[in-house]
Design a protein around this ligand. Structure first.
Ligand code: F3S
Length: 387
């Protein structure tokens, strides 16, 4: 792999141990994936924030690093709401360790946005053709597919190395040749809201790490695209997809594999994962946009929740909509920031979590180790408020 003189000096440790380690990580990854050089990047999103996932070893590794991010860099969700952790029932020892993780990242110049939707918190953070080093799988999918930017699905350490160096290896989804569609996916019937999560849940399992091109009857909204990509990244490992007429266009050429789904397939996801008997309901996977929060507030109007209901979002989004948050919380639901139902240990004490997200449906059984039920946003609110 070609390294510039400056990069060679970094790798030799001339600019300190942290940057040497960071270069070592990027060069190792670049060599494994056949990169011929490093390229500059526009921003970094760093996963590996929840103390539940990284533990003491991760905290120590991050705390030992010395340096500053040289490009805009922001964190994925942490293991708790950084302000309201006590009312979530978080253990004080966990809270102390989690705060230390976030503080260690802050010292490295990484912003504590703690969200999986940096593109909705910071509109304009990435544009078509930009090279990025993002880690959270749903954010990677949105950046590649909806924004037309280019990023691989980075691990926590590689993203952090990229933040400190402002570079990433030129390989994978940074290259045109890996951005060609591999599967055509056709749905001829109408899809709405959480149907996109169900569709992604089904398609991801078949497409795996391929690049699907969807032909759909209707044009999805940006939040529906967010849900579609997030579920495919979780049930499979799709990092890039196209939707005819709704995302930037793919390079030319017809995919070889063809799939189709219909309403029966979508309904089967609901039937196979009933939500009615859940003892917790969690919405906001990926984190809610301002429009999704407003819709939930409308659905909760004049209702009282009878089961735990979390609405997960980014702190900046909640802070920008105080009246909407007040309307939601009047029902007894909680607007939870900085974290989510998958990476927060407080959701582990329930028996079954009802979700409107294909990604949460795919992750909850394995990562939270409780059952998951699936329904539309209206159905989930109904479960949370019924007597
Ligand atoms: Fe975001 Fe957590 Fe879902 S990080 S995409 S809300 S699993």
């Amino acid at each position: 792999m070609y390294l510039s003189r400056e990069e060679e000096l970094l790798l030799a440790g001339e600019k300190g141990e942290t940057l040497r380690k960071a270069m070592e990580i990027l060069v190792a990854i670049g060599e494994i994936y056949g990169a011929d050089r490093l390229i500059p990047i526009g921003s970094v999103q760093v996963a590996g924030v929840s103390f539940k996932n990284i533990g003491q070893a991760g905290l120590e590794w991050i705390s030992d690093l010395k340096g500053r991010a040289v490009v805009p860099s922001f964190l994925n969700p942490a293991g708790m709401d950084l302000r309201r952790w006590k009312e979530m029932g978080i253990d004080p020892d966990f809270a102390r360790d989690q705060e230390m993780v976030v503080e260690a990242y802050r010292r490295l110049g990484i912003s504590d946005d703690c969200t999986c939707i940096p593109y909705q918190v910071r509109p304009g953070v990435a544009a078509e053709g930009d090279h990025l080093a993002w880690s959270e799988s749903s954010a990677v999918s949105y950046a590649n597919s909806v924004l037309g930017a280019r990023t691989n699905r980075e691990g926590g350490p590689t993203a952090l190395a990229s933040a400190l160096l402002g570079r990433t290896p030129l390989c994978g989804y940074h290259l045109d040749e890996n951005r060609r569609p591999t599967h055509m996916v056709v749905v001829e019937q109408e899809l709405r809201g959480s149907d996109y999560g169900a569709l992604g849940f089904l398609a991801g399992r078949i497409v795996k790490d391929g690049v699907p091109l969807f032909r759909l009857r209707d044009k999805p909204t940006l939040d529906e695209l967010k849900a579609l990509g997030a579920s495919m990244a979780a049930s499979g490992s799709v990092a890039l997809y196209y939707v005819d007429g709704a995302t930037p266009s793919p390079p030319s050429g017809e995919p070889e594999e063809k799939l189709s789904f219909d309403r029966t397939d979508i309904e089967e996801v609901r039937e196979d994962h009933p939500a009615e008997d859940a003892d917790m309901v969690a919405l906001g996977c990926p984190h809610c946009s301002p429009a999704e929060l407003a819709r939930i507030a409308d659905l909760l109007d004049a209702k009282l929740v009878r089961r735990e209901l979390w609405i997960c979002t980014a702190r900046k989004i909640a802070q920008a909509s105080p009246d909407v948050v007040k309307r939601i919380e009047k029902s007894g639901a909680r607007v939870i920031c900085d974290t989510c139902m998958v990476v927060c240990p407080a959701s582990e004490c329930y028996r079954k979590i009802a979700v409107n997200s294909g990604k949460a449906l795919a992750y909850i059984p394995g990562l939270v180790r409780v059952q998951a039920g699936f329904g539309s946003t209206e159905e989930c609110i109904e479960v949370a408020t019924k007597g």
